[in-house]
Design a protein around this ligand. Structure first.
Ligand SMILES: [Zn+2]
Length: 197
């Protein structure tokens, strides 16, 4: 191996391509790309992808600045943390949608003879944010429904116990018999505890 050209530089900025001898290229990556110009970064489709990634990163940064302060560690309750996350993801998606809104219609998608059709990075970022929002919402909804269902089961159990007690009283059963009947009834009733309000 010859003189290493990459002793001090950040590996994340190094061209990922390999030379014919198998060693990794020593040049720096082109901005937004994973390779240097001589390893394909100047090809139209690679340039287009790089431009899109830069747009996407910038849009995401701008949106993040708008919803700064996401710290889920402050929440000991996962449901509260999730609600907070849904709120922030929502704000993030709205900010990105605003950025996309500001782009003239004719510029949302652009065409190049050499590399075809491209969607702007802001649009990609907005779509990803909507996807996260959807996923977070589904999680939140599922948790909400689970706890609600548990609450319904518990209140139904209370109601059944009261009805059973009333029936026992009306039947004129003795004190001992009624106590035994209640015990058996409770044992057979599997109550799912609801969340404390
Ligand atoms: Zn290279």
């Amino acid at each position: 191996m010859g003189m290493p050209r990459w002793p001090q530089m950040d590996e994340s900025k190094r061209c990922r391509a390999h030379k014919p001898d198998g060693s990794q290229c020593g040049r720096a990556r082109s901005v937004g790309s994973t390779v240097c110009a001589s390893h394909g970064a100047s090809a139209p489709q690679v340039k287009a992808a790089a431009a899109r990634r830069i747009q996407e990163q910038k849009a995401t940064e701008i949106a993040r600045r708008g919803v700064a302060g996401l710290d889920l560690s402050a929440y000991s309750d996962p449901v509260a943390a999730l609600e907070h996350a849904v709120g922030l993801t929502h704000a993030m998606a709205l900010r990105l949608a605003g950025l996309v809104e500001a782009i003239p219609d004719g510029q949302l998608v652009w065409r190049s003879d050499k590399s075809g059709e491209h969607v702007r990075g802001e649009v990609v970022a907005a779509m990803k944010a909507l996807d996260s929002l959807r996923a977070a919402s589904v999680d939140a909804l599922r948790l909400g429904l689970e706890s609600r269902r548990a609450g319904v089961l518990e209140s139904t159990a209370d109601m059944l116990l009261r009805a059973f007690d009333a029936g026992l009283t009306a039947s004129g059963a003795g004190v001992e018999g009624r106590a035994k009947a209640r015990e058996v009834f409770r044992q057979n009733l599997k109550v799912v505890p609801g969340e404390p309000a």
